[in-house]
Design a binder for this molecule. Structure first.
Ligand SMILES: *Cc1c(COP(=O)(O)O)cnc(C)c1O
Length: 484
């Protein structure tokens, strides 16, 4: 006899009237948040206990009404939600969210496609084809490049360096996917002194070791030195599997490795693989004003970038491109499972280090289709203009030092006490005061042993007025500290 299964009460929530109320109220909450962004204080709540009190409750036996949960979540989370998507968030390198991308993200969630396979959602697969083709054109990469949509640049590095590992070892007759690295010929990895931490992360995950790399010196802006790469390459045995990691856009200064000359040096070695970290810097290719910064980038073998930074789509969204699709697929395709149904079209499991995955192509598609080439260009140029404006505005004060050449959207700032006191101490104090004031948010860093304030302009909604208000807030924080 078949046991009678009790219908869960929770399914009541899916009934028409409840669903309407739930979705409508959620849209209202979301809209309220979006509308509040330009004026909401940009602050990080330090009162973790109050957040825990409202959010970390005992799991109930019977559950709660769906709408009640959403109301409680929105209320309880609110003090701990950072206005990161707003116009005066200059911390790290954080993109905003274009409204069209937020809308596409809602649909992505609603459609709930498993974008691992074409048969699980043909639209998700086909939209990635459009996104891949558009971006290859926008960045000026080789036409036949393959691409994978990842969670971020970290996993884009992982994807690209897995393809690199495959290619350089296959060339010496080693099947790394089947045999792993046990007993494999050694892979020589060369990185810049200013390589982003996620390059080391990817090497760490791929068994290539984040510390057993050759580190090539960088200049005062953080650009890899051409002569130092030549020396490093000369020390690698002929025909040894070799991977060179370059950078387009230093996370602190925005500086670009001189890609053309560096790639030319790497190319003198047969079979050396060149990977480029262009998390935000690759987008410089979208504007004729900054395109020279990535000159020669198309001669690399793989490129990693983000959509959740400068394209301003919601988290999480990264992109990996590989010039030779065969290496990409060989490295990423998981062992065949008999229950999977592959298609003659795009099955994303061949291109991303994931199996089941979110259909994250929809947001990128919507953002690019909405902006067009001119829109992406103007997004990049506006951010660069505002970075320049903020640097100039700050530099008018005699106590301010701009520590980098502002070539893109990044500004590094130091503060010098008028009375000749400790500059590092003052700089850290200004960063802290600005963070507490809540007009804008930014973070500190250490640059060439000095404390520095970082400004990263990466949001479509940041206006000249936001920039002026932010400069005034930074200088007023400096004044208040000087008065003490
Ligand atoms: C942000 C950043 C990364 C890492 O990107 P995620 O999207 O956070 O994984 C890598 N490289 C550079 C230069 C970056 O700015």
């Amino acid at each position: 006899m078949i046991a009678r299964v009790r219908t869960l009460d929770a399914t009541d929530a899916a009934r028409g009237a409840d669903l309407d109320a739930l979705i409508e109220r959620t849209a209202e909450l979301a809209l309220g948040y979006l509308r509040s962004l330009p004026d909401r204080p940009v602050r990080v709540d330090q009162d973790v206990e109050s957040l825990r009190r409202s959010l970390v409750i005992p799991l109930t036996e019977d559950g709660e009404d769906a709408l009640a949960v959403i109301e409680a979540l929105a209320r309880g989370a609110d003090p701990g939600i950072v206005a990161m998507a707003g116009p005066r968030y200059f911390g790290f390198v954080i993109g905003g969210s274009l409204p069209v991308a937020v809308a596409a993200d809602w649909l992505t969630t609603t459609w709930d496609q498993n974008a691992g396979l074409y048969v699980c959602g043909p639209a998700a697969s086909v939209v990635e084809e459009a996104v891949g083709a558009w971006l290859i054109e926008l960045f000026g990469l080789p036409r036949a490049s393959s691409y994978g949509l990842t969670t971020g640049c970290q996993m884009a590095h992982f994807t690209c360096l897995a393809a690199a590992r495959h290619a350089v070892l296959a060339r010496v007759g080693w099947d790394v996917e089947a045999r792993g690295l046990f007993g494999a010929p050694e892979v020589h990895v060369i990185v810049g002194a200013e390589a982003h931490a996620t390059v080391g992360g990817a090497l760490q995950y791929l068994g290539m070791g984040r510390d057993r790399v050759t580190v090539v010196a960088a200049d005062e802006q953080g650009r890899m030195r051409v002569e130092s790469l030549r020396e490093a390459m000369a020390a690698v045995p002929r025909n040894a599997p070799t991977i060179v990691c370059l950078q387009a856009g230093n996370v602190n200064t925005g500086a670009f490795d001189p890609l053309g000359p560096l790639i030319a040096i790497a190319r003198e070695r047969d079979g050396a693989w060149v990977h480029v970290d262009g998390a935000f810097g690759l987008w410089a290719a979208a504007s004729p004003r900054t395109r020279h910064l990535v000159a020669g980038v198309e001669r690399a073998d793989s490129w990693a970038t983000d959509a959740h930074k400068w394209l301003n789509v919601p988290y999480d969204s990264g992109l990996a491109f590989v010039a030779n699709a065969e290496h990409h697929a060989a490295a990423l395709t998981p062992p065949h499972a008999t229950y999977l149904e592959y298609s003659p079209t795009r099955d994303q499991v061949h291109w991303s280090p994931e199996y089941s995955r979110r259909a994250r192509g929809f947001t990128v598609y919507a953002a690019l289709r909405h902006l067009g080439r001119a829109g992406v260009r103007s997004l990049v140029e506006r951010c660069c203009n505002i970075a320049r404006l903020m640097a100039d505005g700050l530099a008018r004060d005699a106590r301010v030092r701009i520590l980098n050449d502002v070539v893109l959207n990044q500004v590094l700032v130091g503060f010098v006490p008028a009375d000749g006191g400790d500059a590092d101490e003052l700089t850290r104090a200004v960063v802290k005061r600005v963070q507490e004031d809540g007009v804008l948010w930014l973070s500190g860093t250490t640059w060439h042993g000095m404390a520095a304030m970082r400004i990263s302009v990466s949001n479509w909604s940041t206006t000249v007025a936001d920039a002026e208000r932010s400069v005034a807030a930074i200088l007023s924080a400096l004044d208040s500290l000087a008065r003490r």
